[in-house]
Design a protein around this ligand. Structure first.
Ligand code: GLC
Length: 604
């Protein structure tokens, strides 16, 4: 009876897993489905600060975080003088439709603009405050109206960034100096009821459908002057006026505490690190600053930006990439070029991004790139292998999928089918010599149903071997505390072994073979003391600890570090294809310490 109950329980667990897989992101509100399909959006930081370009009266922006949109606060500019920056704007030339057209060419599906940033200046014709664009233009401009019309015309969703917590121009708004001078709850509520709530009503009433209200309080409300009641009031206004509008977690309420929050916003330029079942997004810049900064230098490459987007989608995430147009409305060349390159790529490979999701293999399991997945209504499923580094061997190993592969081809040329050989849970694809795309190439795998996976395996490396580290071990005994890389990475991540310790990994060998087995460690103790043993089911290799000594990182800088050297333990034989457990054991002598880095099985 007990056994039967156990069996039923397992069946329920398995069925639920299959069901979850086919449903995709389980914790997505209905209204956010377009957002998880869209995956890629444009962020626009544009306002009075764009006229300063990160410099005020000859002085560079204070504070090394170099966010040009903070110049009002950082360089202590007076409220009235700040708006003189608007004299530099070329109103004839400024055309928000151009930004929307660029977003479209870049393959972005939504646009979020700073309707009101921390400076408190409104980019629309606000009846609530005359610290707005209409007050300073002749004829009066309403940038939000122009942008909303352009978005509607070109089929993009519109998002509005609204700085609710921080407002530097309003006497009762929050600026960080109030930590010194204080503000009463009553005064702050005057700002809230007098500016935030009525401006929110304007934005949600006069500009058509708003896809996203994007707030920017990057710490939890309990650590700010804003109360939970005020936040709920604000959210209530949105739900009342535009029930389909999405709200992000920087409202100050986390998605975990309020499931009515539609998506989580990660930190600035923070990319995903794990798969989530709820919608999430990284706000990202092409260089560093959000508002245009004349001294910007750190431009990321198109490939880097594309890989950030792909990496996020492979974990069920979105990316919103920022442009900081100049005061004449122009988008900086360096930004435009990268966006166009991404758009070109997406026009060929977009199928692997839009409406695609995470696939449940272990994160970073394959060293050639990232996988996204799409299941069709008839159950057939495509996996998109994003190959970051086209293998010199022209062979691509895919580990962990049990399902029979129906077809493999290049997304850039679906008529180019690829031959493959499969054994157990390893498929080896034959690639053409030339990568189809100079940025990232995509290989499609087609399955008749959602593929079942074999979890916990160490994948075959594209470099012909298996790389075993403390991080990808399945089991261990003894110390598992990983020491982070030190001395600028010249000391690699490792584990200090002072007592008997062992680590175990699981692999699938797709053919019988004999492989070399190398272990990398640092040891400065007694030569030939201790014992290392590497084991598979059929064989065992042993060695004593060898002293690896020290070496110098840079001359004349007191930079002497322990040397991590690879030692060949010998050869292990695998007489037939199948699953194998690989164990590595260290037995140090009393008071001796070894630093273990990795084990490598060379399959070539
Ligand atoms: C931060 C900054 C802000 C920028 C935003 C973008 O919160 O204060 O200037 O708008 O991040 O994510």
């Amino acid at each position: 009876m007990k056994a039967l109950r156990h069996k039923i329980l397992w069946m329920v667990v398995i069925l639920t897993t299959i069901n979850l897989n086919s449903q995709g992101q389980a914790n997505t509100n209905e209204r956010a489905l377009w957002f998880t399909d869209a995956r890629f959006g444009m962020f626009i930081h544009w306002g009075v600060y764009s006229g300063a370009e990160g410099i005020w009266k000859g002085e560079k922006l204070r504070n090394d975080n170099d966010y040009a949109e903070w110049i009002y606060y950082r360089n202590r500019i007076a409220r009235e003088e700040y708006t003189t920056l608007l004299d530099r704007f070329d109103w004839e030339h400024i055309d928000p439709e151009q930004w929307v057209l660029l977003a479209k060419k870049a393959g972005m599906k939504y646009v979020t603009i700073t309707a009101k940033h921390h400076d408190g200046f409104a980019l629309w014709d606000s009846q609530v405050s005359d610290y707005d664009v209409a007050e300073f233009t002749n004829p009066k401009r309403d940038i939000i109206k122009e942008l909303s019309e352009a978005c509607a015309k070109h089929g993009l969703k519109l998002g509005l960034y609204y700085s609710h917590w921080v407002d530097w121009e309003h006497p009762d708004g929050w600026d960080h100096s109030k930590e010194i001078y204080g503000i009463t709850a009553e005064d702050y509520d005057r700002y809230w009821q007098g500016k935030v709530i009525p401006q929110m009503r304007e934005l949600l009433t006069n500009y058509g459908e708003i896809g996203i209200m994007w707030f920017d309080m990057w710490i939890h409300h309990s650590r700010t002057c804003v109360t939970k009641e005020q936040l709920l009031q604000l959210k209530g206004v949105i739900r009342e006026l535009q029930p389909n509008c999405l709200v992000n977690s920087r409202l100050g309420l986390s998605i975990e505490e309020d499931s009515d929050i539609d998506f989580k916003t990660l930190g600035d330029n923070q990319l995903g690190s794990k798969k989530e079942e709820f919608p999430w997004q990284s706000p990202a810049t092409v260089a560093h600053s959000w508002g245009f900064h004349a001294l910007e230098k750190q431009w990321k490459s198109s490939t880097t930006l594309l890989q950030s987007l792909i990496g996020n989608v492979s974990l069920n995430g979105n990316m919103m990439l920022n442009i900081g147009p100049r005061a004449n409305g122009d988008v900086p060349y360096e930004i435009e070029q990268r966006l166009l390159a991404m758009g070109n790529w997406l026009s060929v490979n977009g199928e692997s991004i839009y409406g695609s999701q995470a696939f449940d293999l272990v994160k970073d399991q394959h060293d050639w790139g990232k996988i996204t997945c799409k299941q069709n209504a008839d159950g057939t499923t495509r996996l998109y292998l994003h190959v970051y580094n086209w293998p010199l061997s022209h062979k691509l190993p895919v580990t962990g999928i049990r399902e029979k592969l129906v077809k493999a081809y290049l997304l850039a040329s679906p008529e180019t089918t690829l031959s493959f050989s499969g054994k157990g849970v390893v498929t080896e694809l034959d690639l053409p010599a030339e990568a189809p795309d100079p940025l990232v190439s995509v290989v499609v795998l087609e399955y008749a149903s959602y593929p079942t996976i074999e979890d916990g395996l160490v994948a075959q490396s594209v470099y012909g071997g298996f790389s075993f580290t403390p991080k990808n071990a399945l089991k261990s005994e003894g110390n598992m505390q990983i020491q982070a890389p030190g001395r600028r990475g010249t000391v690699p991540a490792h584990i200090r072994v002072t007592e008997k310790s062992s680590y175990q990994w699981r692999i699938y060998m797709n053919k019988a073979m004999t492989v070399y087995c190398d272990v990398s460690y640092a040891f400065e103790g007694k030569e030939d003391s201790g014992k290392i043993t590497a084991k598979s089911e059929s064989a065992k290799l042993s060695d004593t600890f060898q002293n690896t000594g020290r070496f110098v990182g840079e001359p004349n800088s007191n930079w002497q570090i322990e040397s991590f050297n690879a030692h060949r333990l010998g050869q292990l034989e695998f007489s037939e294809p199948g699953y194998y457990d690989i164990t590595l054991e260290f037995k140090p002598e009393k008071d001796e310490e070894l630093s273990f880095q990795w084990l490598w099985l060379e399959t070539k």
